[in-house]
Design a protein around this ligand. Sequence first.
Ligand code: FAD
Length: 389
Amino acid sequence: MSTVPSPTGAWELPDELVMLRDTVRRFMGSHVHPLEDTLGHDANGLPREPLVELQAKAREIGLWALQTPEEFGGAGLSVLGQVVVAEEAAKCRMGAFFPALGAFGGNPPNIMFKASPEQFEKYARPIVEGTMSKAYTAITEASGGSDPARAIRLKAVRAGSDYLLNGSKMWISHAPDADWGVVYARTGAGRDGISAFIVEKDTPGVTFTRIAVMASFAPYELRFNDVRLPADQLIGEEGQGFSLATDFLVHGRIIYAAGPIGIAQTALDMACRWAKDREVFGGKLADKQGIRWMLADSEVQLRAARLLVYQAAWNADLGRNVAVDASVAKMYGTEAACQVLDRCMQIHGALGLADELPLERWFRDLRVKRLGEGATEIQREVVARAMLK
Ligand SMILES: Cc1cc2nc3c(=O)[nH]c(=O)nc-3n(C[C@H](O)[C@H](O)[C@H](O)COP(=O)(O)OP(=O)(O)OC[C@H]3O[C@@H](n4cnc5c(N)ncnc54)[C@H](O)[C@@H]3O)c2cc1C
């Protein structure tokens, strides 16, 4: 929601999504924020026991497996609903990186909805039921993440009833914490030569090395040295890796853009309060035009970003092709959120950079959002390609 209420008659969410938003908001206030106050500034996740307790509370009120379709045991929430939840759930210190501290789990990697029933039951069902935590997704390699169809070098070669994997992956978030992951490997040439495999945590020949990056992120390099996988670990057919994931990837971009908007909105609310309180040159910061314009520009950008994200989600739920809408929303949403947050830090002066407030942590969180799920330049490329076709 914006800092300033829109006039009556402005586009509004359907009633059931307003109720959902309010439920998430109450959950954040009653359970997430008090728990978060017990953690350090850079904590990246809850310890197991409090996490399980928090997730049980979320499940009690139906905030579970929201992205998982009903036929797979999930809530099957609309894309617009997922956007609303993502925006609210990011309004905490761990931001969009660990929305609601990981309370709303139960979602296996989307490609698992195209897996065989046996694969789904063995690997994905325990995630939906909450007996297993997350799985990782490994696409990026040292050779590049923006153009994976060309950059993937990790080789999977058929060897009798098995596949033999050799190569490496880079920047894979929290990989060793997961019980298994989906690994994209090359089985042939070009885009149709990429296949997706399920790799269990303790598979011999797989090693994990932490990559040092900006604080609070935990990406890993994965090395595959003569890793033998039974052929039934292949998802779908050989060469279908990308085609199975495409629809979900597009919708994922829309949802991805919502969290940053939630963070930036919270930062803007903080900046408004600070500007009204802080004294400079015999007046309030809020009286200075330079500051007032920063606030106004931020409000305008956030309204625009939110509408673009909601519109893309709305179109996705109508079954339309939203490849361009999703890129517009992802690009504008994440870039606008970064700009707004930067202004909010500036308005707070030195305090904006201090651990006492969550702003500098969110600054790092949002910085990564401009790269993940297709960097800004890739989204521009999608838009330009459609324009010039
Ligand atoms: C904290 C963190 C966690 C991550 N977690 C995961 C994960 O769990 N799984 C996973 O698979 N990956 C993960 N990644 C990797 C991420 O998806 C990639 O960093 C991203 O896809 C970009 O790839 P790259 O870093 O290789 O940059 P490159 O592809 O080398 O691109 C470099 C720069 O050039 C730009 N560029 C590329 N192509 C063009 C073009 N045609 N025109 C103009 N500019 C262009 C890019 O936008 C980028 O700014 C993570 C990264 C980080 C930092």
